[in-house]
Write a protein that binds this ligand. Structure first.
Ligand code: TIU
Length: 728
């Protein structure tokens, strides 16, 4: 459970770092700084001095890659129009009286292209230190790496708290970056041989001494060899130049998690073997549940895609992040050339382009397997509202799969794919995850593009990710996140983020709130029991239970369906849609739509509801860590109970609404949330009948807008502790 700590000799004392929370940052190893005729030669000449760190940095990079550390490469430079280059940087030096050195400035044409200009030859990395796919590249306009870049967000997203820092130049960007990182809470250790500058004889010792002076004013400075010594035993890749005897490619062991597959692929597993194995499983599962898929790619197409992928990436040490990872897509998300039905065949359309999320995972090497079932129009939390059939929980054929992302959760829960692209408006990603023993993550709205997805309720819709583990959800989030200027609901890229705590409260303890006892009364007996166990488990892993104001969460949940806001569900449909298509709709959906029309909500009511939504959002903000009394997360049961299919069919609307008790507020209040498996309980405890079988229990972690990184880290710790230590 505790992260594996490594330690090596450094000044002013040994640098101790948690392997999975540490990144190697390589500063500005660009041609412009390291090669003749670049920007650096103009700055300081003495290329021999600055080039001294290339070979040691290469050794360091290989050791860190081998040990599986996060790798970050920074690159200094400017947009071609120089709009991000202040005059202080552009002309100060050239304006010096008597200047003969700075005859050309940033943006001017030199022999390696325009100096320090993005896209030019000189701006790019030297050949020895090129990034591999999946490594983070940060383009920075300043000397420090944190000004006007996404580096803090990228490091937080990966739960990084410790940095090993290298690169050029010692006196400039290396030192500035360590000072900036220190202010943001990172523990940094610079590596002496892996940094250099233009005037090392004069500056290097002083610069490094200043960093560790006074028992570590800004951080640590260590030597290369002691670090290599501690990393060496962790190396999982072949040493360069070493020959390996011919091996039989490993067989697929059934592990569909992203790191599990990655490891197997690196050892030579063929993606074709994975495709063959999962198609065998899919065919067998059709007999268990025939309602999972709306469109299944023919086996031969998937094999062809896997074959092409294997040929494209033959260097198994340099694979893209999702190489050969099979996935399904909720059938409200566009895939070019394949009908998007939204489980309503009359509305089906064949999209000319794919949704942004689909393109992004394909670009990282993921393998598309098919499109999966959902509650019609992504409306419902049950999985019983589709003309393509009713899916059931992977745990029990009589119990619902949950919805609306029913096929997404089942395809992951039944081990047919590694992940599914889904959506979540009122709980559609979280509830089915809970009913199938998987993770359902709903990031802060507007941080992943919604372009190419048929809306359910556009101003509240959100992409959701169905995965096996919290870590997989986090990996996908990092790939999918990004501002889409063509998505009107996209949030701007983050410019300000809270500091991190490398050894402080976030690393060891966290504060969490739960609903008050009366709010939990709605839960079934096993859900209450398992929830109490979860609270105890959270306390065991460092959670501090803290009282919260539950009222804004409860009221926001009610606002979703009991006010005027539900009318937005009609806003994405043509005005005469209901009259024309009523008979083609699923009867429960038709009944729901009729009820919305009958409500005749006025514009006055709609504005009152929007004002209430704003008020509750502000009140919920107060609950999270923005204020001193704030909690890091709220923890709720994902759903209050688990219905049978029969129970839902007998009372479809009421049974559905109960399920959203703890999810409805999520998008109304602009929260992020992740449902995580939290054990199982006997079916008999729920039904009261003497019967065999188990059902999954799930808790959801909720946090404030854009606090995804913090929330996922707490959820990940819980997920890992459940998997390694079992239940409380
Ligand atoms: N001028 C100088 O020595 N360095 C830089 O401008 N950038 C970095 O140090 N990378």
């Amino acid at each position: 459970m505790a992260p594996s700590l490594l330690s090596f000799d450094a000044k002013p004392y040994a640098f101790t770092f948690p392997l999975e929370h540490t990144a190697l940052v390589i500063i500005d190893m660009q041609r412009d700084f390291l090669l003749a005729k670049g920007f650096g030669e103009i700055q300081g000449g003495n290329l021999e001095a600055v080039q001294a760190s290339i070979a040691p940095t290469k050794k360091l990079l290989e050791a860190c890659r081998g040990a599986g550390l996060t790798i970050v490469h920074t690159r200094e430079g400017h947009k071609p129009d120089l709009s991000d280059c202040p005059s202080s940087k552009l002309v100060r030096q050239s304006a010096a009286p008597g200047n003969t050195q700075h005859k050309i400035v940033i943006g001017d044409k030199g022999e390696l292209g325009r100096l320090l200009t993005r896209g030019e030859y000189g701006h790019d990395f030297v050949d020895e230190l090129r990034p591999l796919p999946g490594e983070v590249v940060i383009d920075k306009p300043g000397k420090g790496s944190f000004w006007n870049t996404t580096i803090l967000h990228a490091l937080k997203a990966r739960a990084i708290t410790h940095l090993i820092v290298s690169g050029v130049t010692t006196e400039c960007c290396f030192a500035t970056t360590i000072r900036e990182a220190n202010d943001r809470g990172f523990e940094c250790c610079g590596i002496e041989e892996a940094t250099s500058g233009y005037n090392d004889a004069c500056f290097k010792k002083s610069t490094l001494d200043m960093i560790h002076w006074s028992q570590g004013l800004f951080g640590f400075i260590g030597g290369l060899q002691p670090l290599l010594d501690v990393l060496k035993p962790l190396c999982t890749t072949r040493t360069e130049g070493g020959s390996t005897p011919p091996q039989t490619p490993p067989a697929f062991d059934g592990d569909l998690t992203i790191p599990g597959l990655r490891q197997a692929y690196r050892k030579g597993l063929s993606p074709v073997s994975v495709v063959e194995a999962i198609y065998d499983k899919i065919e067998a599962y059709q007999k268990v549940d025939s309602a999972v898929w709306i469109h299944l790619e023919p086996r031969k197409n998937a094999i062809e895609a896997a074959t092409k992928l294997a040929a494209k990436f033959h260097d198994r040490a340099a694979l893209p992040a999702l190489f050969g990872v099979p996935f399904s897509v909720k059938d409200s998300i566009d895939v070019q050339g394949i009908p998007t039905t939204t489980a309503c065949p009359v509305l089906s359309h064949v999209p000319p382009v794919s949704a942004v999320v689909y393109d992004k995972v394909i670009a990282e090497g993921a393998l598309f397997i098919g499109k999966v079932n959902l509650d019609q129009f992504a409306t419902g939390l049950v999985g019983c509202r589709s003309p393509y059939g009713i899916t059931h929980s992977v745990y029990h054929k009589d119990y619902i799969s949950g919805g609306s992302s029913s096929g997404s959760a089942v395809s992951v829960g039944a081990n047919l794919v590694s992940f599914s692209l889904a959506t979540d408006t009122a709980g559609s990603g979280r509830v089915p995850a809970g009913f199938n023993g998987i993770v359902g993550y709903k990031p802060t709205r507007g941080t992943i593009s919604f372009r190419g997805v048929t809306p359910a309720c556009l101003s509240l819709d959100c992409i959701a990710l169905s995965t096996k583990t919290v870590s997989d959800a986090r990996t996908l989030w990092q790939i999918l996140e990004g501002h889409d200027e063509l998505d009107p609901y996209a949030k701007p890229a983050i410019s300000f983020e809270r500091h991190i705590n490398s050894i402080g409260p976030q690393a060891t303890t966290f504060k969490f709130g739960i609903p008050p006892p009366e709010a939990l009364d709605i839960c079934s007996r096993p859900v209450r029991r398992k929830f109490n166990e979860t609270v105890a488990k959270l306390q065991k892993i460092g959670g501090v239970l803290t009282p919260i104001n539950w009222s804004p969460f409860h009221k926001a949940g009610q606002l979703l369906y009991e006010g005027a806001i539900v009318t937005e569900r009609l806003a994405s449909l043509p005005d005469d849609f209901l009259e024309k298509n009523r008979s083609a709709l699923h009867p429960v959906i038709a009944q729901l739509m009729d009820a919305v029309v009958a409500r005749q909500s006025s514009a006055v009511q709609a504005y009152r509801d929007l004002q209430a939504k704003t008020l509750y959002t502000r009140q919920a903000d107060q609950v999270f860590a923005y204020s001193a009394e704030g909690v890091d997360v709220i923890v709720v049961p994902t759903a209050p109970t688990h219905w049978t299919i029969e129970e839902v069919l007998a009372d479809p609307i009421k049974k559905n609404s109960v399920l959203g008790e703890f999810t409805h507020c999520g998008n109304v209040l602009d929260l992020c949330g992740v449902a995580v498996p939290a054990g199982i309980y006997p079916v008999s405890e729920l039904s009261g009948k003497d019967e065999k079988g188990t059902l999954p229990f799930s808790v959801t972690f909720l946090s404030g807008s854009r606090l995804d990184a913090e929330m996922l880290e707490i959820a990940r710790r819980f997920d890992v502790s459940m998997k390694t230590e079992g239940e409380a």
